[in-house]
Design a protein around this ligand. Structure first.
Ligand code: FAD
Length: 506
């Protein structure tokens, strides 16, 4: 499920040993297309995977799984080679890759294709997958639930314009992305409503670390939703955050100034805004090279009547990435037999409490490869013929989501589960969601999924009585050693008993 970077990489590699069906809401949906800055890998002359790993662990605020990180960074250079072989043209500096520095990376390590890296990768992968004889892409399909047979995942229920359809498969891979759409201000694609997370939860899978949501510091402030991202690479090239008094406040906040970790920058901007001061990105010193280096951002600024070489760019933080997700092992296996998760939907442990910039595209490639290997091994254990226990969807065809419910969920989450959280706000958010849940009809599949995911985030955020990485509690502002190894773990009760929120210590 899903035709983003992780879904397509997995499908392409699976096709070496199996027929593959890719189900997707639409071919250009998802966040992979939107990725601007690039993909991180230790390919520079003075770099090493060990250094990439150290930066990833530091950004992750003590909650990364070191083995998962090692897998990510050591396989990074091979992942770049694979993308290159499959047709992505990353920018070059003579015979070397052109590398850019982003927040919390100690040196330039981010490969890019202009400022539309995701689009470049996705066009190459889609072309390859679209032409592949063993891959069938079903676009315009919404997956509604996992089809379970005797505790195993044996396929999915979906709806297209003709009605409900059952897809059966020896292995099911959730590559449905994150859930940024649960927030009012987000950079995420409208398709990214957390469906895979909610489906996995309903089916009994374990979800972990859902309290950790990354808010990107610099989305272009405006009326058009989702908000347009101004990549960190712009700050990497020298742009500086200033408040409306012209004060470059990041210097006082963190030794790395404007290139401090994202949570630090997002909170600093939010505090400026709370104090009634608008915040701007001053990119004027990049000068005339801005248009050439960042053509997409340049174009969007111009559409908004802004000229980055002469104007300050108004910015706001926005929900960007979820570090938590469906718990998997290092091969992408979830806690449900035959069900895999990969990409932003999965929680492999590589991001911990906060993702290092440009590590998520890399995760999709590295872990997509591992998922495909493991999933292919299931072909030797064929499926039975019995129908799944899960009933078919209660809707006959895909229908547009009601913006009324969606807006309400997004408001609740922005106000109560956003950048700065508190016991009071989180309790109120959960109460409001419980009330809303009673009103939203079953046919509103996306909205119901959004409510489930929103509850998972708020519950975990309420449980974690400290601040760490993407999770900030104003009533518990310190990072506490006692929480250092604890992960939230949520799994639906099997007999209809209340959902459990347990702790896993790693
Ligand atoms: C604006 C922006 C810029 C970013 N820049 C970078 C960057 O420079 N570098 C980096 O590493 N990361 C970046 N990220 C993060 C990164 O893009 C994502 O984490 C990554 O692309 C996720 O890939 P994915 O394959 O897991 O999911 P996605 O690419 O989000 O794809 C999800 C897919 O699942 C499908 N889907 C969802 N629900 C259903 C359903 N019910 N039925 C059928 N299909 C479904 C969607 O249609 C879509 O095809 C950025 C994110 C954003 C929003």
């Amino acid at each position: 499920m899903g035709s983003g970077i992780s879904g397509l990489i997995t499908a392409l590699l699976l096709s070496r040993g199996s027929e593959v069906a890719v189900l997707t809401k639409s071919l250009e949906s998802g966040n992979s297309y939107r990725a601007q800055g690039g993909i991180a890998a230790a390919v520079g002359k003075s770099d090493h995977p060990k250094q990439h790993g150290e930066d990833t662990l530091r950004a992750g605020g003590g909650l990364c799984d070191p083995d998962a990180v090692e897998t990510l960074v050591t396989n990074g250079p091979a992942a770049i080679e694979l993308l290159h072989q499959w047709g992505t043209h990353f920018d070059r500096d003579g015979s070397n890759w052109s590398l850019c520095r982003e927040g919390a990376h100690r040196l330039p390590r981010v490969l890019h294709a202009g400022d539309a890296t995701g689009a470049a990768i996705m066009s190459a992968l889609l072309k390859r997958a679209g032409e592949h004889p063993r891959i069938r892409i079903y676009s315009g399909v919404t997956v509604t639930d996992l089809a379970m047979t005797g505790g195993e995942c044996t396929g999915v229920w979906a709806v297209d314009e003709t009605g409900p359809v059952l897809f059966r498969a020896a292995a099911v891979v959730l590559a449905t992305g994150g859930c940024g759409q649960v927030y009012r201000y987000t950079t995420n694609d409208p398709a990214v409503t957390g469906d895979g997370l909610a489906m996995a939860y309903r089916a009994g899978a374990v979800l972990t670390d859902m309290e950790f949501v990354q808010f990107h510091p610099t989305a272009l402030k405006g009326d058009q939703l989702p908000l347009f991202l101004i990549s960190e690479a712009v700050r990497g090239e020298g742009a500086v955050l200033v408040n409306e008094q012209g004060h470059a406040f990041m210097k006082q906040v963190h030794p790395w100034g404007d290139l401090a970790p994202r949570d630090v920058v997002a909170q600093a901007i939010f505090r400026q805004m709370e104090a009634g001061r608008n915040v701007f990105l001053d990119a004027r010193k990049i000068g005339t090279s801005f248009e050439k280096r960042f053509p997409t951002i340049w174009g969007r600024c111009r559409e908004n009547g802004l000229n980055p070489t002469t104007d300050l760019l108004p910015v706001t933080p926005a929900a960007h990435f979820v570090m938590g997700g469906i718990r998997t092992d290092s091969w992408g296996q979830t806690t449900i037999p035959r069900l895999f998760a990969v990409g932003e939907a999965a929680c492999t442990g590589v991001h911990g409490a906060n993702r290092l910039a440009s590590n998520s595209l890399l995760e999709g490639v590295v872990y997509g490869r591992r998922v495909s290997e493991k999933a292919l091994s299931l072909l030797s254990a064929p499926l039975g013929t019995e129908m799944p226990d899960t009933p078919p969807p209660c809707i006959c065809r895909t229908r547009p989501t009601s913006s009324r419910w969606k807006t309400e969920i997004q408001r609740i989450m922005w106000e109560t589960g956003g950048i700065i959280r508190s016991e009071r706000g989180l309790t109120s958010g959960l109460h409001q969601l419980a009330q809303l849940e009673k009103k939203v009809p079953a046919e509103e599949v996306e909205c119901r999924n959004m409510i489930t995911v929103a509850q998972l985030i708020l519950r975990a955020a309420k449980w974690r009585q400290e601040s760490r990485g993407g999770h900030y509690r104003e009533d518990y502002p310190n990072t506490e050693r006692v929480w250092a190894k604890k992960h939230s773990r949520q799994q639906r009760g099997t007999m209809g008993e209340p959902d459990a929120l347990a702790t896993v210590c790693s």
